[in-house]
Design a protein around this ligand. Structure first.
Ligand SMILES: [Zn+2]
Length: 621
C-alpha cells in the first residue's frame, strides 16, 4: 500500500477512476441522497481497491456483468480526518478482471459537503435548498470515490429532484425532463426509492462533465433557482427572487471583460461557460471555483462592482487550480498562490493598478498576521508543508495565497513581466488537466529560466518558514497615504472627511487593518460616530471594525457582533470574530457570548464552518 495523498485512503497501486456516472435521488424530508454510481477504472484490476467515504451507507457493490454482489468492507471506526475506508474486492476468477463496477449508497444528514436548508433559511422562504462544498476533502461524503486531486474524473449525473425545484452543477446542463423508470440503473436504488424515481412529482436534471476534474470540484445546488444573462457565456443564478437576481446581474455585469483579459494573459478559456451561482448567506467561502458554475457568497454583492475581485479570483482558477491542480493539499499554494497572482493581474487590467495594489497590500498585511498566528506551528508558514494527520480545514490560512503570490511576484521581478507572462502561458499549456506537485513546478521553472536558483533561493521560498527577506510590500500613492493615515491615528488624529470622501470598502479595510490591534473604547466609538463603520453594508469593513471593537473590549458593539455572526456563514468573517472573542486572557464575558451565539447560530452554518468554529472554541475555552 502506497498512499497517494495524506488525506485519502487511495492507493497508488490501484487504477484511478477515470469516469463516474451518478443517479441521485434527493429526499429533502430526510436530508438524504440515495445514489447509484457506476465507476470506470483506468485499467482492469483484480484485488482490493481503496475508496474514501464519510458518513455514507454502502448498500451494495455490484458486478458490471451480471449485477451480482461483490464483497466489500468498511473500516471499523472512521478516521477523524479521512473518514471511513471502503475496500472493494474485485474478483479475477474468469481471467476477466473488471475495469468497472456499481456502488449503491446513501448519504446521511451529517454529510460534511452538504448543507440542507429548510424553507425559513432561504431568501424566498418557500422551498428547501441544498448545496455542496467539496474542497478540500468532502466529496467523499456525497459519493464514494478516490477523493484526491491526484485522481481526475469525468462524470455524468442524473439528479432526481422535486419538480418545483431545479438544479445546477459544475458541468454541462444536458436537459431537464420527466424521469424514466429504471434509467441510470436507478432500479438499484434502496428502500423503495427505485419506484419513487419516476413519480410524476419529480423531474430529472441531467449533466455531463467531460473534462477530467479533481473530485473537490464536483458541485451542485438544488432549489427554486432563477437566472439572468450577463454576458455571452455567463448567466448569474440565485434563488428566484427578483431583487437578488437584479443586484447580482448588476454587480457582475463586467464578467465578460474579465474573461477576455484572462484569456489574453493565460490562454483560451477552456470550460465553455462561466456561470455564477449566488448562494444563501451560509455559504462558507467567498467563492468556490467550481468549473462552469462558480459558487459565490451573497456578501460579495456590495452594489459597487467591487465583488468583481472575488469573481476575478474564481475566474483565475479556470487556469490555475482547475486546469493545473495541486496533487494534494500539501501543495495547495500551486492552486492559490498562482490564482492570487492571476486574480491581481486581471484586476489590474480591468480596474487599474491602484486597485490591484490595494488588493496586494491587504494581502501583505494578512500574510504577516497569519505568520504571527502560526508562530507555534511554523510548518504551516511553509509553501510546501507536511499535512500527515492534519485536517486541511483547520490549517486553512492566507499563507498559500499570499506567500505563494509573493513567490511568483518575486520571480516576475527577477525575469521581467514579459518573460514571466510567457513563462505562465507555457506552464499552463504544458500541465493543463494534470495534477502536479511543487517539485514538478520547480523543475519546469529551472528548465525554462536557467540559473534562476542562483538569483532566488527557491528552497527557502518553498520549504522555509516565515516570510523570505526578498518578499515585497507593494507601493502606490494611495496605499502609502492610507498607511500614513493609519499611523497618524496612533498619534491621535482621525482622518478628515475630505480625506476619506472617495474611499470604498478596500480603502477602509486596509486602514482598519493597519490600526493598532487594541484601541481605547473611546477611540472605537469616535471612529464609528464619524464613519458608521459598524453599519457598513460591506462585510469586509464591518468585520474589520467589529474585530477591532472586540479586541478593544468596546462592548457597545457586541449586539452587532452577534447579529453579524447570525446572518452570515462565510468563514472569512466567522474566524476573526470568534477568535477575537475567545483568544487571550480576561475574556470571560466574551467567551460566554461566543458559546451562546454559536449554539444559536450553528444550524445556519455549513458543516465545514461548524467544524472550524468548533475547533476555535475548543482551543480557547
Ligand atoms: Zn482560490
Amino acid at each position: 500500500m502506497a498512499p497517494l495523498d495524506p488525506h485519502s485512503f487511495s492507493d497508488s497501486t490501484n487504477p484511478p477512476t477515470t469516469d463516474v456516472s451518478l443517479s441521485l435521488y434527493f429526499d429533502f424530508p430526510s436530508a438524504t441522497i440515495h445514489g447509484v454510481a457506476f465507476f470506470i477504472l483506468a485499467f482492469p484490476y483484480a484485488g482490493q481497491l481503496s475508496f474514501d467515504t464519510r458518513s455514507l451507507t454502502i448498500h451494495q457493490v455490484l458486478s458490471p456483468i451480471n449485477l451480482s454482489p461483490l464483497p466489500f468492507s468498511l473500516s471499523s471506526s472512521p478516521d477523524p480526518i479521512k473518514g471511513t475506508q471502503l475496500s472493494i474486492f474485485l474478483p479475477d476468477d474468469d481471467d476477466t478482471a473488471f475495469n468497472s463496477f456499481f456502488i449503491v449508497f446513501s448519504t446521511s444528514p451529517s454529510s460534511t459537503a452538504l448543507q440542507w436548508l429548510c424553507p425559513p433559511q432561504t431568501f424566498n422562504k418557500k422551498h428547501p435548498f441544498v448545496y455542496t462544498q467539496c474542497q478540500s476533502i468532502h466529496a467523499r461524503s456525497i459519493f464514494p470515490c478516490q477523493d484526491t486531486p491526484a485522481a481526475r474524473i469525468r462524470y455524468t449525473a442524473l439528479l432526481n429532484v422535486p419538480q418545483e425545484l431545479s438544479a445546477v452543477m459544475s458541468a454541462r446542463h444536458v436537459g431537464r425532463r420527466p424521469p424514466v423508470s429504471g434509467e441510470g440503473h436507478s432500479h438499484l436504488l434502496p428502500n423503495g426509492f427505485n419506484s419513487l424515481w419516476s413519480s410524476e412529482t419529480r423531474v430529472v436534471e441531467e449533466f455531463l462533465m467531460n473534462q477530467p476534474i479533481p473530485p473537490y470540484l464536483f458541485a451542485f445546488a438544488v432549489g427554486e433557482l432563477g437566472s439572468r444573462e450577463v454576458g455571452p457565456r455567463t448567466r448569474v443564478y440565485a434563488e428566484a427572487v427578483n431583487s437578488v437576481l437584479d443586484a447580482a446581474a448588476k454587480e457582475f455585469a463586467g464578467t465578460e471583460e474579465m474573461i477576455r483579459q484572462g484569456e489574453k494573459l493565460f490562454g483560451e478559456y477552456a470550460w465553455e461557460r462561466f456561470d455564477l451561482l449566488v448562494l444563501p448567506p451560509s455559504f462558507p467561502y467567498g467563492g468556490m471555483e467550481n468549473p462552469r458554475m462558480v459558487f459565490l457568497t451573497p456578501t460579495v454583492i456590495k452594489g459597487d462592482a467591487s465583488g468583481a475581485q472575488v469573481v476575478a479570483h474564481e475566474l483565475a482558477h479556470s487556469w490555475t487550480g482547475n486546469l493545473i491542480t495541486n496533487k494534494n493539499n500539501e501543495h495547495f499554494w500551486l492552486n492559490e498562490g498562482f490564482t492570487t497572482y492571476a486574480e491581481r493581474r486581471i484586476v489590474e487590467a480591468v480596474q487599474g493598478e491602484d486597485r490591484a495594489i490595494l488588493n496586494t497590500g491587504i494581502g501583505w498585511k494578512g500574510l504577516k498576521e497569519e505568520v504571527e498566528k502560526f508562530k507555534d506551528n511554523l510548518e504551516f508558514t511553509k509553501l510546501k508543508n507536511n499535512q500527515q494527520g492534519v485536517d486541511p480545514d483547520t490549517i486553512y490560512s492566507e499563507v498559500p495565497y499570499e506567500k505563494g503570490f509573493q513567490f511568483l511576484w518575486r520571480i516576475e521581478r527577477q525575469i521581467g513581466r514579459p518573460a514571466f507572462d510567457e513563462f505562465i502561458k507555457k506552464y499552463i499549456a504544458t500541465f493543463q488537466f494534470q495534477s502536479i506537485d511543487t517539485e514538478r513546478f520547480l523543475k519546469f521553472l529551472k528548465a525554462e529560466v536557467p540559473g534562476i536558483e542562483k538569483d532566488i533561493d527557491l528552497v527557502l521560498w518553498t520549504e522555509g518558514t516565515g516570510i523570505p527577506p526578498d518578499a515585497y510590500e507593494p507601493v502606490s500613492d494611495l496605499y502609502t497615504k492610507i498607511l500614513s493615515l493609519a499611523n497618524e491615528f496612533k498619534l491621535g488624529r482621525m482622518p478628515r472627511e475630505d480625506e476619506v470622501a472617495d474611499w470604498r470598502g478596500q480603502e477602509w479595510e486596509l486602514y482598519l487593518e493597519n490600526l493598532p490591534r487594541v484601541l481605547k473604547a473611546s477611540q472605537v466609538l469616535a471612529l464609528d460616530e464619524s464613519y458608521r463603520l459598524s453599519e457598513s453594508k460591506d462585510y469586509e469593513v464591518k468585520v474589520a471594525f467589529l474585530q477591532l471593537a472586540i479586541l478593544s473590549k468596546c462592548r457597545n458593539f457586541y449586539s452587532e457582533v452577534e447579529k453579524t455572526l447570525k446572518e452570515v456563514g462565510r468563514m472569512k468573517y466567522l474566524r476573526p470574530l470568534y477568535r477575537a472573542l475567545v483568544q487571550g486572557a480576561g475574556k470571560e464575558e466574551e467567551k460566554i457570548l461566543a458559546k451562546r451565539v454559536f449554539s444559536e447560530a450553528r444550524e445556519c452554518y455549513h458543516p465545514i464552518a461548524q467544524g472550524v468554529v468548533e475547533s476555535i472554541l475548543a482551543k480557547h475555552i
